[in-house]
Design a binder for this molecule. Structure first.
Ligand code: ATP
Ligand code: MG
Length: 433
């Protein structure tokens, strides 16, 4: 029996799992070989030609077995990052310090090539059981045990069309189970992001998340606070766009991870069912857009989640007598500051959110020239969707939603008479949102 052992900073962990190889030959599995991207096959071929082993691995093998279309094709090999670089030269870039890997550019896509992890010597850094850096290279069976879930640890040999399964992943997929490889507490400690991945794969793939894993997530949830906040933002967006965020939201609340990512929003939805329902509407809307192959942006759902605390801050500032524009900017800055210790929202996304919120104020002005600048604002579309969403829980927005819906299909003359007509009363708008 081979144990995978990680050493570093005096900490040692054993992952008591025996890698037992089961092979599924071409006639023993349903993986649609034709759906593998030609470039991925080419990259694997080139590595093999250069004398290395290389397999398709991870999400692509999993998704193909589940009858889904993979969003990317990851590759695993025994070639070191430098050796990969020497095979692909200027088509290859080595990235990551924490987890060094190669990006190979082919066609319009980037293919991620990871060297098998495992073994006992190399560049490994642990801090209180959390892997800070892992560049210890090893053999394929060791690599399998380093992966997170059994469904993600399947290796597909494109030449023999055989699946190598060291952790029972094929059976788990067939039985609809999301199984973490090894001991949950130590695997979640090693890399707390796996807890978010667990919720995402459970919701996205419909694989069952056991009570044992849920309990372990609740127990280890605070370790997420030790993960770089930029990585947490990326994970939050992957979750938002997993295609079943409506369900993921409930699970995130159940396993108490929502409060780790968005503590202020979590406190609000606990008391205010209307606000919670706004998020349900938002998530449902994004899930639907993804089903329809419509575009989605990280700005939208982040703006929705942060809106709850923004509204409170905005109202508080207005009550102190500030004008709506100043209040809006001050409240936006405050919300971003409050969120920063938990999730690092990139500046460009923050700006997008600010614009969507600013347009909510502008939507109140439905006469005169300002209507044109609102209508032609680059964020009009997203802000309009946001308005419709707010309209789902706030009935007194119906006048605005009707106005901004109708105006989009009107002729220039129609718009002109609607916003400049003699019957129009140029009312001063109230500051409330
Ligand atoms: P998708 O790309 O659809 O989000 P994926 O499973 O391919 O899902 P990636 O982040 O692309 O996810 O990672 C590729 C593979 O690398 C995973 O399938 C898994 O085997 C391994 N992996 C990724 N992140 C981790 C992690 N935090 N811990 C252990 N293994 C991981
Ligand atoms: Mg992937």
């Amino acid at each position: 029996m081979r144990h995978y052992t990680t050493k570093g900073n005096g900490t040692e962990q054993k992952n008591l799992m025996d890698p037992q190889l089961t092979q599924y030959k071409a006639n023993q599995h349903q993986l649609p070989h034709k759906e593998i991207a030609g470039h991925a096959k080419k990259i694997i071929d080139m590595l093999i030609q250069a004398g290395f082993d290389a397999y398709l691995v991870g999400g692509a093998v999993r998704d193909l077995l589940l009858g889904l279309h993979p969003k990317d094709f990851d590759i695993a090999t025994n070639a070191t990052p430098e050796q990969i670089k020497s095979v692909f030269r200027n088509k290859c870039r080595l990235i990551g310090r924490r987890f060094r890997l190669a990006h190979v550019y082919m066609g319009n896509a980037i293919y991620e090539i990871a060297t098998f992890r495992g073994g006992s010597s190399g560049d490994l850094l642990l801090k209180k059981g959390q892997i800070i850096r892992d560049n210890v290279f090893g053999a394929v069976d060791e690599d399998a045990l380093r992966r997170d879930f059994s469904c993600n640890a399947l290796y597909y040999d494109i030449n023999s069309q055989t699946i190598l399964d060291y952790t029972g992943g094929v059976k788990d997929i067939q039985q609809g189970q999301l199984k973490l490889i090894g001991n949950p507490d130590s695997r979640f400690t090693e890399d707390p992001v796996r807890m978010l991945r667990a919720v995402r794969f459970h919701s996205k793939l419909g694989l069952h998340l056991s009570d044992e894993l849920k309990k372990s997530i609740i127990k280890n949830r605070n370790n997420l606070k030790n993960v770089p906040t930029a990585r947490l933002f990326d994970e939050a967006i992957k979750m938002f766009h997993c295609g079943n965020m409506l369900h993921a939201f409930d699970v995130l609340i159940e396993v108490q991870l929502f409060e780790i990512l968005f503590p202020a929003a979590d406190r609000i939805i606990e008391k205010d069912k209307k606000m919670k329902s706004l998020l349900y509407h938002a998530f449902k809307n994004t899930d639907q857009r993804l089903k329809n192959n419509q575009s989605v942006t990280p700005v939208f759902l982040t703006a929705c989640v942060l809106w709850l605390e923004f509204l409170l801050a905005y109202q508080h500032i207005i009550n102190k007598g500030k004008n709506p524009h100043d209040a809006l900017h001050t409240a936006t800055t405050l919300v971003m500051e409050q969120q920063r210790p938990y999730l690092a929202i990139p500046k460009a996304i923050q700006n997008g959110i600010r614009q969507i919120w600013l347009l909510q104020l502008r939507f109140k002005k439905m006469s005169g020239k300002p209507v044109y600048s609102t209508l032609h604002h680059p964020r009009f579309r997203a802000a309009y969707d946001f308005l419709l969403l707010r309209g789902q829980i706030k009935t007194d927005l119906s006048h605005q939603t009707e106005f901004w819906t109708n105006i989009q299909t009107m002729s220039p003359e129609g718009i002109k008479s609607m916003i400049f007509g003699k019957h129009i009363k140029h009312k001063k708008t109230t500051p409330e949102l």
